[in-house]
Structure formats: structure tokens, C-alpha cells
Ligand binder design. Structure first.
Ligand code: ASP
Length: 332
């Protein structure tokens, strides 16, 4: 009983601290941070998000349980989010000031610090796959705009005929009323510790509503929105990208862990609640360290998130999802 209360308190604080050296594999996902008060009071809509987070975790679990590698799991999970109109990534992405769609994504592997990213792409159905292709099939780390779209075509990745493929009835309403203020949260991310002990992180987004002039946020910037290093952590961020770039949030967390020897939960909490808050940088992040400890702090009212892990020598998995402050066990 006391133990349950202790754990609930930690979870309510928006992060999770445990000695996790005995974890065989771990997966943490996010679907964006922001104001979730209205959504939380709508049981039908919030159930859709719980179900989507749960499905994303189960997709990752299937791959990791079978011995799949981190990038495979991260891409499959992010593809699921990108194809789901609930989230601000792939189909469902937020729109630019011109009523078009420009997408960003990145992926990084902690075993060799290899990384790939695409920014401002308009025709790639699943930008995270293009980011992976940049990492594995090009000598570069980041490709942007029409060049990145052309590279994806050369690699045989799935393209969409029309940029409006990414629109949904909701974004069409916004495009009709572009003069109004509106905001869509729902950048997606996934971090994984696989059975080999390798860390991987990935992030995919439509960016910020009404962005102009080819604006690029933190999500495709290695060190800002995404970072993975087997000597420290895998991190994926969501929030006000300009601040996440200025504070090099994803790398900053790994550096605090590695050089200051701060536990992942402490390093993540410091950056999100102290460094970013004083500068009004709204958002959150998900992280897993090399031992399988996890953290998911946010300084907004909520963040779509979930985690799943399997302990060595034990059958069954531990899994929870959350939208607001509390985490729930959605399904067994
Ligand atoms: N960080 C993303 C960006 O600034 C947006 C978000 O996560 O909501 O492009």
C-alpha cells in the first residue's frame, strides 16, 4: 500500500525514477505537450489518445520482444503516429501560414552517434523513414526542402502526390481561418533501449501552426529535439522549438547525465522546469538512460506519453500511458 502511494506520487510529478539495471528493453513514446485541460474533460476524445499511445507502445513491444533493433522499433512507432491524424506529424500535421504542410523529422543511434534528419519536406509520407535513409544511405546528417524530397524519391520511399494529403478536416478548418490563433500539439517521439543495450531516439513533426519563411524547429536538429548516446541517454523533445534549440535540450540532458553524473530524472527535470521555464519555453521530453531508467517531465498541463518495459527473467511487461498529470494503466 505504502509502496503504491510512493510510486503514484512520483508518477504524478510527471517522471519516473527506479533502479532499472534489470530491464531487458524499454520504450517511451510521446505525442506532444501542451494544454490538455479541455481534452481531459472529454472522455471520448481522451480515450482515442490513450488507445493510440497504447497501440504505439505495443507496436514497439512486438519488435523489441522479438529481438528487433532500436531504429526498427522507433521507425515503426513513429510511422504509426505519422499515419494517425490525431497527431501533429505526417497526416494530421499542422499547417504553415500559407496553408501548406512542411514536415521535419530526425533519428539518432547511440551506439555510433550516427544520425539523420529531414527538414521542411512536402511530399514524403513518412518523414522519419527519410531521416533514417539520410543516416544510412547518405554521407550527410540533415537534408532540407526540395533536395530532401528528391533524395527520398531516389531512395524509393513512399511519396504523396499532393501536399494536401497531410490535411485533415480539422486542419482544413484552420486553413479556412488562418487569421485566427490556434495551435495543434502532437509532435511525436520515441526513445528505446533495445535488448542489445543500444539506445535510439526519433522525433517527427509538422512544426508550429502558421510558421513562415521555411521556419525549422528543434525536432530535426540533432542535440536540440533528438539525441542518443550509449554512454548516457536517448531523448526526444516536444514544445516551443526555438527555446529547445537555444538550450540544446536533448544534448544538454545527456551532458548533465554524463559529466555531472545526474540521474536521468533529475537532469531532465532541471532542464524542463528550471532552465526552460524561466525563459517561457513550454514543452516536455521523454528520455531513457543506458540502464533503462526513464523520465518524461513537462512544464505544460499535459503531454501525451507512455512507457513500456520488460524486466529480465520475468514474464509480462509494465506499461502505462498518460495525458495530464497522472499516468494510467490503459489495458493489461
Ligand atoms: N517542437 C516542435 C517545433 O517547434 C513543435 C512541438 O513539439 O509542438 O517545431
Amino acid at each position: 500500500m505504502l509502496r503504491n502511494i510512493f510510486f503514484s506520487t512520483l508518477l504524478l510529478a510527471g517522471s519516473f525514477l527506479a533502479q532499472a539495471q534489470d530491464r531487458e528493453y524499454v520504450i517511451v513514446v510521446h505525442g506532444g505537450a501542451g494544454d490538455v485541460a479541455k481534452l481531459e474533460s472529454d472522455p471520448v476524445r481522451s480515450a482515442q489518445y490513450y488507445a493510440a499511445l497504447d497501440s504505439a507502445l505495443m507496436i514497439g513491444d512486438c519488435i523489441l520482444a522479438a529481438g528487433g533493433e532500436g531504429p526498427q522499433a522507433v521507425m515503426a512507432v513513429i510511422n504509426y503516429f505519422e499515419n494517425n491524424p490525431l497527431f501533429n506529424a505526417g497526416k494530421g500535421a499542422t499547417c504553415t501560414a500559407e496553408g501548406t504542410f512542411e514536415l521535419d523529422a530526425s533519428i539518432m543511434e547511440g551506439k555510433d552517434l550516427s544520425a539523420g534528419a529531414v527538414a521542411g519536406v512536402k511530399t514524403i509520407k513518412n518523414p522519419i523513414n527519410a531521416a533514417y535513409a539520410v543516416k544510412t544511405k547518405s554521407p550527410h546528417v540533415m537534408l532540407s526542402g526540395t533536395g530532401a524530397d528528391a533524395f527520398a524519391a531516389e531512395q524509393g520511399l513512399e511519396l504523396v502526390d499532393d501536399n494536401m494529403y497531410f490535411a485533415t478536416p480539422k486542419t482544413m478548418e484552420w486553413i479556412d481561418k488562418l487569421k485566427q490563433e490556434s495551435r495543434k500539439n502532437g509532435t511525436v517521439g520515441c526513445v528505446v533501449l533495445d535488448k542489445r543495450g543500444n539506445l535510439t531516439a526519433g522525433t517527427s513533426t509538422g512544426g508550429t501552426f502558421k510558421k513562415k519563411w521555411g521556419r525549422i524547429g528543434d525536432s530535426p536538429v540533432i542535440g536540440a529535439g533528438t539525441y542518443a548516446d550509449n554512454q548516457s541517454c536517448a531523448v526526444s523533445c516536444t514544445g516551443h522549438g526555438e527555446y529547445f534549440i537555444r538550450h540544446a535540450v536533448a544534448f544538454n540532458l545527456c551532458a548533465r547525465y554524463k559529466y555531472l553524473k545526474e540521474p536521468v530524472e533529475q537532469a531532465a527535470g532541471y532542464i524542463i522546469h528550471t532552465e526552460l521555464n524561466v525563459n517561457a519555453g513550454e514543452g516536455g521530453l521523454i528520455a531513457v538512460d543506458k540502464d533503462g531508467n526513464i523520465a518524461f517531465p513537462f512544464n505544460t498541463t499535459g503531454m501525451f506519453r507512455g512507457y513500456l518495459y520488460k524486466e529480465k527473467g520475468r514474464s509480462g511487461i509494465e506499461k502505462k500511458v498518460g495525458i495530464g498529470k497522472a499516468m494510467v494503466r490503459f489495458t493489461e
